[in-house]
Design a protein around this ligand. Structure first.
Ligand code: SER
Length: 320
């Protein structure tokens, strides 16, 4: 790949993926972009940046032509919780944005498109203890509906047009650089910030809520490994389960207490409880392991130590 465009480069994953891809492919070869929010200083100063709305196909095409883009990574999405507040906006950005990305990539004969999916594709009917790769996909959120449809549309472009489209079902992603925006799994990030700032956290899902989660270094590794995988070896394309950790909120709180004995937690479940309850505890990622060698590195305690260290330093410097 010579020129990669990241759509949604100021979000939780996009901001860190931009820097990782710039490290690998060179700063000038990774164009970051977003709809309206300004990028972090690191992203803005290290390479090209463009403002446009992915639902505007012409604007996307202009940017791709300007920079001779041959790979699009589409990180723009409205997540599960915000999507339930505004389902039509979620449909518009997640589906029409995706169609524009796929169409522009097809018309310009691009080398590759990366389209992330999510554990939100699962729902009632999916075995919730460990979601298989091939299973019932009947999500109850609009975010999940767009992710199921997105996987199908992406695979359609592979079969019908021979376009190289790849994607993975991210679990809840935990990170300390950019806050997640509007997802159900956001509690697993907020808990660390509140632990450092206030020594306590009020969680919006119950203590026995267990979901698949992944630390950002593993998320970046999974994304890059899939992008670099040999296309001819892939049997799946846009729907890889990728597992790393599975823990309940109580496990998470206990892990924090090991390093911050005074930490306390209480629970005030809201509408996000039903969303969390519709998602599996863990996923079976055998296909990702077999087809492109997926293997995570971080477990819960390793992640907790790193999160508390980095967020603790930010707090001392007055950055949060
Ligand atoms: N983190 C996402 C959400 O909670 C799941 O992919 O919506």
């Amino acid at each position: 790949m010579k020129k990669i465009l990241i759509v949604g480069a100021v979000g939780q994953i996009g901001s860190e993926l931009t820097m990782e891809l710039r490290r690998i492919y060179g700063n000038d070869n990774v164009i970051a972009s977003t709809r309206k929010s300004p990028p972090s200083e690191t992203v803005a100063k290290s390479g090209p940046f463009e403002y446009f709305d992915v639902v505007n196909k012409q604007a996307l095409e202009t940017v791709c032509k300007k920079h001779n883009v041959d790979c699009i990574v589409n990180m723009a999405a409205i997540l599960s919780a915000v999507g339930e507040q505004n389902p039509m906006m979620a449909w518009d950005i997640n589906m029409n944005g995706l169609f524009n990305v796929l169409e522009v990539a097809r018309e310009m004969k691009m080398e590759q498109v990366l389209v992330p999916s999510s554990i939100a594709v699962f729902g009632p009917g999916t075995p919730l203890d460990c979601a298989p790769q091939e299973t019932v996909l009947k999500p109850s959120t609009m975010y999940g509906v767009t992710k199921v449809a997105g996987e199908l549309v992406a695979d359609y472009y592979v079969k019908k047009y021979g376009l190289d489209v790849r994607g993975l079902r991210y679990p809840g992603i935990i990170s300390n650089e950019t806050l997640p925006g509007g997802g159900t799994t956001d509690y697993a990030v907020a808990i660390y910030y509140d632990a450092v700032k206030y020594g306590k956290y009020t969680c919006f899902v119950k203590e026995d809520t267990r979901l698949p989660m992944m630390y950002m270094p593993d998320c970046l590794k999974a994304t890059v490994d899939l992008m670099q995988a040999d296309f001819s070896k892939l049997k799946h394309h846009s729907d890889f389960n990728v597992g790393a950790m599975s823990f309940s909120v109580k496990d998470l709180a206990d892990s924090i207490k090991k390093y911050m004995p005074g930490f306390t937690i209480d629970y005030k479940p809201d509408f996000r409880q039903a969303i969390a309850d519709s998602w599996p505890d863990a996923v079976d990622d055998k296909a990702a392991r077999e087809e492109w060698g997926w293997k995570p590195s971080f477990d819960l305690d390793m992640m907790t130590q790193d999160m508390l260290k980095v967020i603790g330093e930010k707090h001392k410097k007055g950055l949060i």
